[in-house]
Design a binder for this molecule. Structure first.
Ligand SMILES: C[S@@+](CC[C@H](N)C(=O)[O-])C[C@H]1O[C@@H](n2cnc3c(N)ncnc32)[C@H](O)[C@@H]1O
Length: 238
């Protein structure tokens, strides 16, 4: 083999040499994603802790809920809540409602912004009581808060313009809630938009023919946002 062909062989080997066998390339990528995801979760937990001190509220943790089709109480990172609220672009004329508000973390974040009213709806009386206490203690509130202890499917939504859900209930209840929202728009025509975090039953809104999706976020594993989010708005009436 002459020098030229040897060099060509070395170049060719370098191009085709796989990464070290001990760490396959796919594992390197997923390990990086895994570590990035852990770091993002830790960052969220730390910043959530300090945000609760600053706002003077207590919303962390989980709590079982005994109601048919209900998802138990849990919440998600303040950082992500702020991003979702930014995307929903609350204005001083908006009435915002969190369907399944739990201890009121999202309600309290929304109340820091200028709007007409912030409403929290939850089926569990104890969670509603905690949400009321949190709203009363909240530092920096700019908008009044009302907490309603009723099933979301039985609410009158006719004054609401911005809605929010963090996967609060199963398909059957989502279907009833979508029908209640559509009914309220028919009775009181207006534009409605909403954010659905961990959107397990997005198809209900898509198939209703009354809403269009105006955004969808699918975060990578290392993101501080830990759930998909879909954004919907009501279609203008013909
Ligand atoms: C995953 S937690 C979300 C809490 C809150 N939205 C947040 O993001 O911090 C779901 C909540 O939905 C409530 N929920 C479940 N079924 C409901 C229903 N039919 N009507 C109203 N609230 C309901 C539960 O009690 C629970 O607090």
């Amino acid at each position: 083999m002459n020098v030229g062909s040897h060099q060509a062989q070395v170049e060719s080997d370098r191009r085709h040499t796989p990464p070290p066998a001990s760490i396959p390339s796919s594992t390197q990528t997923s390990l990086g994603a895994f570590l990035g995801g852990k770091a993002a979760s830790l960052g969220n937990r730390l910043s959530d802790f300090f945000t609760e001190q600053r706002l003077s509220i207590r919303t962390a943790g989980r709590q079982p809920v005994s109601a048919p089709d209900a998802v138990p109480y849990s919440t998600f990172a303040y950082w992500s809540i702020q991003r979702v609220l930014d995307r929903l672009q609350l204005t001083p004329d908006d009435v915002f409602v969190d369907l399944g508000c739990g201890r009121g973390r999202v309600v309290c974040c929304a109340a820091l912004r200028a709007a007409r009213k912030i409403i929290g709806v939850d089926i569990d009386p104890d969670l509603c009581q905690q949400a009321r206490q949190n709203a009363a203690r909240l530092r920096g509130r700019r908008t009044p808060v009302e907490i309603l202890n009723v099933p979301a499917q039985d609410c009158d939504y006719s004054e609401c313009t911005v809605m929010f859900m963090f996967n609060p209930f199963g398909r059957q209840t989502v279907t009833s809630v979508a029908a209640a929202i559509i009914d309220s728009i028919q009775r009181k025509p207006r534009s409605v938009r909403f954010g659905y975090v961990n959107p397990r039953h997005d198809e209900v809104f898509r198939d209703s023919g009354a809403f269009e999706q105006f955004d969808r976020w699918t975060p990578p594993p290392w993101s501080r946002l830990k759930f998909d989010v879909s954004f919907w708005r009501s279609l203008p009436r013909e």
